[in-house]
Design a protein around this ligand. Sequence first.
Ligand code: SF4
Length: 366
Amino acid sequence: MTTNLLNYDVKGLADFCTEIGEKPFRAKQLLRWIHQFGITDFVDMTDLAKGLREKLTTLAVIESPQIISDYVAADGTRKWLLSVGAGNGIETVFIPEANRGTLCVSSQVGCALACTFCSTGKQGFNRNLTVAEIIGQLWIANKTLRIDPKDNTADTNRVVSNVVLMGMGEPLANFDNVVMALDLMLDDHAYGLSRRRVTVSTSGLVPAIDRLRERCPVALAVSLHAPNDSLRDQLVPINKKYPIKELLAACQRYLLAAPRDFITFEYVMLDGVNDSVSHANELIKLVRDTPCKFNLIPFNSFPGSDFRRSTSEAVCIFRDVLMQAGIVTTVRKTRGDDIAAACGQLAGQVKDKTRRSTYIKAETAE
Ligand code: SF4
């Protein structure tokens, strides 16, 4: 049986090298070949001794998810549907902008948290992605987008400058694998991204926010979506277990270690549900003591959804009320609408979704 080296961070690779009778320092060379050059054939790793290359060919592989489809929208947004086996698919989206390129990465097959406005949440949950499947999305994007895969010396070749874990799944519910993938994103021998340019987005798993602060404090985005518990209980059911007060306290603790001095609150704008001026005023009071920015997200409808997108006028008024209170507020541009790559439309294909009910019971138990 062969070992997939895409599952390992530098320590895992060093241990693997030791196990096969090689020096642990080979790990850094391997990381560079795998992640910076996108090489999959050990024979091409020319600064490794021939004997080691032969050994690796027998014992190891470098295997990312398989690309099922690759679409480019009119605005340049690119979406890959990737197979992770057994009929399951996940989605990864690249959003090019003038001064950066952001990759939106999935962390689970489906999602157990069942937020009522979310296309992924409606699909159910199958399983956590492995480290190889998470980092493999960045590996594929870099390999596909890079101008010359063998010339990694110029910064212009690092097309993906930012990563957001906002695709399919709740990243903090797959903590260990996500953190190991984060380690690889930050490692100078792999992707060398700064903590400020890697964002984990969570629906509010309070204990895991604390663990992330201790283990790997990258930028944090929190899906807030409502200014009070009674509304948030309906939109983001995990709120029943970790209500807003506890969530905001965790955000404040996180800020002590965060690479940015604010938390980003994501707020999906739902017509007639959470988008009134009184909701905005309630939010202002709520986040008074939490340095934050707001990102208002126009809702993207999907089959079977009960919600409608807020009008542009309602979004503008909502934004202006927050801004007048001194809260930096942006409205997310809807990108890649023509390929269903906009937020809340990342669906993939989830087979065997029966595990969601078990997960929800465990998470909402008293
Ligand atoms: S919004 Fe996020 S946490 Fe909620 S169901 Fe969708 S993917 Fe899961």
